[in-house]
Design a protein around this ligand. Structure first.
Ligand code: GLU
Length: 325
């Protein structure tokens, strides 16, 4: 059973409603996947594996694979990372369809959706500081559930002591649900979370003025017509926030497949761009070519035996010849 859908906000302009409808029509016509890295550093093995799996799922389904850069959080973007990501994907033979999408070029669209939700009374300003929230939020699998302090107080919009409020989505009570399915068998548990106790009112515009990743991503999955999202399991709970935004726009979410994270065998910690986990440059320096890297990535999820060497199209061909999982 899907999550409860709301009617789209009355203030949503017709051209945005049309973009959403066009996206929904497109996704109903066939598989449309996407890979959506943030240009905050080099793609590490875990990111590259996600890219490969997402590409394979799309190609196995005879569908389309889009590339979108989640580059809204500009202070975290790293100079040169975008070029490196594009180069790495091409080097591995993971070619995307159509133009490169950048969230930073779609701020107007997200801002319009945000205003419509706000005008419809679906958001409220929040003055809670990060420090307060760190002390009081109930952590839920690494996710801090906002306890709703500012939900019921009279809204204070303007700057106070030089700070603007953040804007939170007032989540309707009930369950937030989504489906998990991937042909490669990597999907996680289907989503079924209680909005109030396990998700909490999510921030859609941050106090520093930045539009939040959940807002942009939800709007993008709908307007770009994404039918299936393959990504790392670290984003499993974030999915609830994005599904909740889509429900506010009157739309069901895509299908998800959250794959396992790649952990460093020495520390047991998951690889992180910020901590400079080894990217393709390091693998190349160790003498691996593209076929060696594809083999390494595919073997890590048991798609091929360890030590395999094959190109991305060869791997696709090999998987096509196997019965669907
Ligand atoms: N850009 C985010 C990341 O790289 C999110 C990706 C996604 O939604 O697939 O972690």
């Amino acid at each position: 059973m899907p999550s409860c859908l709301s009617v789209p906000p009355a203030a949503l302009p017709a051209h945005v409603q049309q973009q959403i409808q066009a996206g929904l029509d497109r996704r109903s016509r066939g598989y449309r996947g996407r890979f959506a890295p943030s240009p905050t550093g080099s793609l590490h093995r875990g990111n590259l594996r996600t890219a490969l799996l997402s590409w394979l799922e799309a190609r196995l389904a005879g569908g389309t694979w889009l590339l979108r850069l989640d580059d809204l959080d500009t202070p975290r973007n790293r100079a040169g990372a975008e070029e490196e990501i594009l180069h790495d994907l091409r080097w591995l033979g993971l070619h995307w369809d159509g133009p490169l999408w950048r969230q930073s070029e779609r701020r107007g669209l997200y801002g319009t959706v945000l205003s419509a939700l706000r005008r419809d009374g679906r958001l409220y300003p929040c003055r809670c500081s990060r420090r307060l929230l760190a002390d009081v939020s109930a952590p839920h699998g690494g996710w801090a559930v906002y306890p709703g302090f500012c939900r019921t107080v009279a809204p204070r919009w303007g700057p106070e002591q030089g700070r603007l409020p953040s804007w939170r989505l007032r989540l309707p009570p009930g369950r937030i649900r989504w489906r998990e399915h991937g042909r490669l068998g990597l999907h996680a548990a289907p989503g079924d979370l209680d909005a109030a106790s396990a998700v909490g009112d999510v921030v859609l515009r941050r106090a520093d003025g930045f539009l939040a990743y959940h807002l942009a991503t939800a709007v993008d999955e709908l307007t770009l017509g994404i039918s299936a999202v393959v990504r790392g399991a670290d984003l499993w709970r974030s999915t609830a926030a994005q599904v909740a935004v889509m429900a506010q726009l009157g739309a069901d979410p895509p299908v998800y497949a959250h794959g396992p994270l790649w952990c460093d065998p020495a520390s047991g910690q998951r690889l992180s761009k910020r901590e400079g986990a080894e990217g393709l440059a390091g693998l190349r320096q160790r003498g691996l070519d593209a076929a060696g890297v594809i083999g390494l990535l595919a073997a890590s999820v048991d798609l091929v035996p360890p030590g395999s060497r094959l190109s991305a199209p060869e791997l696709l061909q090999e998987l096509r010849s196997r019965p669907a999982a």
